[in-house]
Design a binder for this molecule. Structure first.
Ligand code: HEM
Length: 506
């Protein structure tokens, strides 16, 4: 009782100092616990990262976390503690331990942006909901389905080449931004496949309406990355969410309506052609107990569009950049493509299968520059699990960073050098023995297990046809001053710079 008047009589500044002092003392004691006594204390890593999420968050928000993780692995080894409750690994065995071994590990909820309308995409759905949705649409991604969808991909490849011709003529010095055109081409292809109608970005020069949706996707990727990161520092994420969601509400509503209208028109036509909607025609089930609901169909359609449009654009622009920087590799690819086809139209999804150098170029591009250089974090069960040969305690968040595992000097020969040859069959005369040193099991650009990339075959088909048609039709020269083109930030996905090239028809 006697304390209360004394306590009350303290000046406000002294009171505040007590509180600050108590908090600092608590942080110091807690930090000592985190560094020396916490179950993750045995894992190496920077001490400042072990005691707080802030160093990690700072790098995510700066867009260079993938580069910093590279350095941390070099310094500390294959397993690094990057937060009080999280470790990252580049052990190839961890692919199986984290993404295949049963029971399946849930995704770290902090790494996910929850759907605004409650209808999950495959990315955010868990357990039975994930199984149900994937089961409803998986047939749209089979080899057979892809064969039937091929004319759509080839049609947009033709329009890409036509647009490059038009752009070349329009440009006073013949220089064009190829990254932008890849963006339109992938956008047109994937909207055609996902919604049943193309958004016709490649025709924008004719209609005078250049589509800005692609730029918006990259903006959203940045926003979602920062918001997800801030969910660990609530209520900061809520403020950012209110501000940015308000700012983007109109465009989101427009995109949603556009998608719904197109999907409805496509479903009404019935079983008329093969696209991603074919397996669900007449099978929409609004109960949410089997199949897929119409809201989930739209959410997933938009997710496919965003995934393809961003990742394929980055991959295609990056492949072209590497090829133009490395004349020997360009020449090898040109020989393969030009030696095989007499006419550009012969270049199809089917006819580009088994083109070993082309496939090696695509693989090497994905290896050296994964379009989405993120970690795939999973939460361990309370009993813990062996990951990559090391026991990791329960409730730890563990992930493989897609970029780091593909460029670690402990796993790859000359990891930063563009050598498609490393992916050639050993019997190929261009293969070099030194690439025996590569640990190819580390290379899983589409992840593995039941949550692997459902769209990988579509991407590969598109990449083969677009690149082969480009190389068949044009000689390309890179405009100077782009030596630092690869210096890009990544927010979920790399933010590609314009790629200025001068195409000349052969
Ligand atoms: C360069 C191209 C691509 C790469 C490197 C890539 C990579 C990946 C990776 C690593 C995952 C696993 C994500 C996780 O575990 O959280 C994934 C999942 C997924 N990808 Fe892709 N992707 C690409 C293109 C595409 C395309 C073209 C589509 C759509 C047509 C697509 C649709 C999806 C979907 C829906 C999932 C979630 C699958 C599930 O959880 O069931 N991706 N992708």
């Amino acid at each position: 009782m006697a304390l209360i008047p004394e306590y009350r009589s303290l000046p406000n500044t002294t009171l505040a100092a007590y509180f600050v002092g108590a908090y600092v003392l608590y942080r110091i004691i807690f930090s000592i616990y985190l560094i020396f006594f916490h179950p993750l204390a045995k894992f190496p890593g920077p001490k400042t990262w072990a005691v707080s999420r802030i160093p990690w968050a700072r790098r995510v928000i700066k867009g260079d976390i993938w580069q910093v993780l590279d350095q941390l692995h070099l310094q500390y080894g294959p397993v690094v503690r990057i937060a009080p409750d999280e470790i990252t690994t580049i052990s190839p065995d961890a692919w199986k331990d984290l993404y295949v071994t049963r029971p399946l590990l849930p995704k770290d909820p902090y790494s996910q942006t929850p759907p605004l309308n409650g209808a999950h995409s495959l990315f955010t759905a868990a357990d039975d909901t994930h199984k149900r949705i994937r089961g409803a649409i998986v047939n749209a991604f089979s080899d057979k389905a892809l064969r039937n969808q091929s004319p759509i991909i080839e049609h947009h490849a033709t329009r890409l080449i036509e647009r490059i011709h038009r752009e070349k003529v329009k440009s006073p010095n013949g220089i064009i931004n190829l990254q932008k055109l890849f963006g339109y081409a992938t956008f047109d292809t994937i909207t055609d496949l996902s919604f049943g109608e193309s958004f016709d970005g490649l025709e924008g020069d004719k209609t005078g309406q250049e589509n800005s949706m692609i730029q918006n996707f990259f903006f959203h990727a940045k926003f979602s990355t920062i918001r997800n990161c801030l969910t660990r520092f609530a209520p900061l994420d809520i403020f950012l969410g209110l501000f940015l969601l308000g700012k983007t509400r109109a465009s989101r509503t427009r995109n949603w309506k556009n998608a719904v209208d197109k999907i409805e028109r496509r479903l009404a036509k019935g079983d008329v052609r093969d696209d991603f909607l074919t397996p669900v025609v007449g099978r929409i089930d609004e109960t949410g107990r089997k199949g897929i609901t119409s809201k989930e169909l739209t959410t997933n359609g938009l997710a496919f569009v965003i995934a393809d449009c961003q990742l394929s654009t980055v991959a295609l622009a990056t492949a072209t950049y590497f090829l133009l920087r490395e004349p020997k590799q360009w020449k090898r690819l040109a020989e393969e493509v030009r030696g095989r086809f007499v006419k550009g139209e012969e270049i199809t999804v089917q006819s580009t299968q088994g083109m070993v150098y082309l496939e090696a170029v695509i693989n090497e591009t994905l290896r050296i520059r994964h379009p989405t250089p993120i970690s795939l974090p999973r939460v361990l069960p309370k009993e813990g699990r062996v990951v990559g040969g090391v026991f990791v305690p329960g409730n730890t968040v563990v992930g493989i960073n897609l970029q780091n595992i593909q460029t670690s000097p402990t796993l790859w020969v000359e990891p930063e050098v563009f050598h498609p040859e490393r992916f050639l069959p050993k019997t190929d005369e261009r293969y070099e023995e030194r690439f025996e040193g590569d640990v190819k099991e580390a290379f899983m650009p589409f992840s593995t297990g039941v949550r692997n990339c459902i769209g990988s075959k579509v991407f590969l088909a598109q990449a083969r046809v677009f690149l082969a048609r480009l190389v068949w039709t044009f000689d390309l020269e890179m405009q100077g001053g782009q030596e630092d083109w690869l210096d890009q930030k990544a927010f979920l996905v790399f933010e590609p710079k314009p790629l200025f090239v001068k195409p000349t028809s052969r």
